[in-house]
Design a protein around this ligand. Structure first.
Ligand SMILES: Nc1ncnc2c1ncn2[C@@H]1O[C@H](COP(=O)(O)OP(=O)(O)OP(=O)(O)O)[C@@H](O)[C@H]1O
Ligand SMILES: [Mg+2]
Length: 257
């Protein structure tokens, strides 16, 4: 990595789900840069290509045109530096909750005793103590999402790719996890590409909020969120600048229908 290269650089990206069919263009002319330690959220209408964008960055999908660089290097395959929270939780159904969260620590080669202590801490954080030995199918959608989140925290990647990670959670849990996540992020300062439908959540968390147009998705507008840090994830919503941003982003998104 050179000092000047951003963490993530997406240039003139086009993605098609069917190479021969121009009607299958999901993303077109997408340009987006994320600096080291920057928190960027993407909002946009359902089907505009947000999950597609994350899949390209994580190396799961190949672009039809354009480039995606991580630390100045083109992405090939699935890079180690990336940790992804998928829109569906992608837990391993045959493993218990403890073993699902422990997996990245095991891969990193952490001693078993430390792995278990870390998993304990993470499950406590997401409110899942007592469910260690359950299997994913025995949990609710929101609980599985919390397991997936704690697994990403365990992995602690160079860049977090998060696809509606708080999606199916109830309002109270959403705020609790949001607070924890923001606090953790402010401490470690990793780059984040965060997808959400929730404008308030995007503003509360981000340095920048990017609005995508409807399909084929393009970057329609970018908003810098100049709210001070550290930020209280919930109370920041009462700040006049927060309200102002909310109004502007909402207006921009409503044009998309
Ligand atoms: N595997 C696939 N094969 C063909 N088309 C696909 C595939 N996955 C997604 N698409 C199409 O690409 C477009 C973008 O899908 P994507 O999942 O990226 O949207 P999204 O912005 O994440 O939507 P949501 O907010 O509902 O999650 C959609 O029109 C969808 O139909
Ligand atoms: Mg999606």
């Amino acid at each position: 990595m050179t000092a000047s290269s951003p963490k993530l650089e997406i240039r003139d990206l086009q993605v098609k789900y069917n190479a021969k069919d121009d009607n299958s263009i999901a993303l077109d002319q997408v340009n987006l840069t994320i600096e080291n330690g920057e928190f960027v959220s993407v909002v946009g209408p359902s089907g505009c290509g947000k999950s597609t964008l994350l899949k390209v960055v994580s190396g799961l999908l190949q672009p039809a045109a354009g480039t995606v660089k991580l630390d100045g290097k083109p992405i090939s395959g699935i890079p180690d530096e990336i940790g992804m929270v998928f829109q569906n939780d992608a837990l391993l159904p045959w493993k218990t909750i403890v073993d699902n969260v422990r997996l990245p620590l095991e891969i990193k080669g952490m001693p078993r005793k430390e792995q278990l202590a870390e998993v304990d801490r993470l499950l406590e954080m997401v409110g899942l103590k007592g469910f260690e030995h359950y299997h994913p199918k025995q949990l609710s959608g929101g609980m599985r999402k919390r397991v997936a989140l704690s697994r990403t925290f365990a992995y602690d990647p160079e860049i977090y790719l998060m696809d509606e990670p708080f999606g199916p959670l109830d309002a109270q849990t959403r705020v609790k996890i949001g607070e924890e996540f923001l606090e953790l992020w402010e401490r470690v300062g990793k780059s984040v590409l965060f997808i959400t439908h929730d404008i308030e959540e995007a503003i509360a968390l981000s340095d920048r909020v990017v609005v995508m147009s409807k399909r084929p998705g393009r970057i329609k507008a970018e908003f810098t969120i100049a709210l001070p840090r550290p930020r209280p994830f919930y109370e920041i919503r009462f700040d006049p600048l927060f309200k102002e941003m909310q109004k502007e982003i909402w207006a921009c998104m409503s044009e998309e229908g």
